[in-house]
Design a protein around this ligand. Sequence first.
Ligand code: ATP
Ligand code: MG
Length: 355
Amino acid sequence: MTTGAARGAPVVDIRGAVKRFADLTVLDHCSLTAQEGEILTLLGPSGCGKTTLLRCIAGFLTPDAGEILIDGQDTIPIPVNRRSVGVVFQSYALFPHLTVARNVAYGLRMRGMAASEIDKRVATALATVSLTGFEARYPSQLSGGQQQRVAIARVLVLEPRVLLLDEPFNALDAKLRGTMQMELRQLIKRLGITAIFVTHDQEEALTMSDRIAVMRAGKIEQLGTPEEIFDRPRSAYVADFVGASNFWDGFANGGRVVLPDGQTVTTSLSGEVRVMIRPHNLALRPAAGQSSSWTGLIRFRRHVGALMEYEIELDAEHSLRAVALRDGSVSSLASGDTVSLSLRDPAACIVFPRS
Ligand SMILES: Nc1ncnc2c1ncn2[C@@H]1O[C@H](COP(=O)(O)OP(=O)(O)OP(=O)(O)O)[C@@H](O)[C@H]1O
Ligand SMILES: [Mg+2]
């Protein structure tokens, strides 16, 4: 497992956590460490156990085996309300009948704090999420992004050691989601909190995280920085889940795989292999006139902002995806054209065993 750059002391240390629901094993000897001040993201498909792991860290669930340490202390005997863990859920569930200030004050009132101290803390928490002046409003009088910020302030006011966020932006539209990602990342960094963030959106994970843990069926498949996960996926599962990928089936011999354009990719594997080619690593040229060893037919093309994405049919069963900047060299390529394909950078391909 890649560990990425070590940052500081472990704050959350999950050791071999197992959680079963009846005969379904949802966490399967899951181990993971979140370091001081980092944003660690759990990324994985629906049902892989992300929420279950968060609920175990928060104390809403008890693992059947394994340990969860916070600052070196075993948390399992510690009740939920005595753990220094704040949770922001997907549905932020503000109290509709309470003002913003009352919503944020709620947890402190539960703790029996003096009113003057509560007022001070609420003011600070609202300033932190840029909502000073919104104290008297009700949730229904706020935008989705503002409601989300109240939900975050409500947790921050409790000054948790660890912040857990379970898909906190799901209710927001794409644009606001992008803004909130940047804002929340900056806020967490400014406060120096250790955060564990859950998403099944790979782009969100790449944007938000210091490190990403890719989960598969209750286990951590790979842990690394966004660059490591994207550029050096350890398995075809990770490669397929993080970023679009093409997979080309080939044969490795003498430490090399020869691709159809004649370029070679080096590997320590031998025999049947699967080569990962990112769509931006495929160069397209009109195939007109010249004979080329790797050609395909453009099935369709799609505008993606400044990029053009192509679906290229190689034969009845195989197609590839290519992406290019929408500049002069590719804008003439259209559906139905035959193109010749080549790798821009063979070293950026990753070779996996074919299983
Ligand atoms: N209380 C429960 N009782 C029985 N099964 C449960 C319970 N909670 C979760 N599960 C099952 O455990 C598995 C993992 O659930 P979990 O909520 O952790 O997934 P997730 O990775 O958060 O998925 P999503 O991305 O959809 O939120 C699922 O198959 C789910 O149905
Ligand atoms: Mg979930």
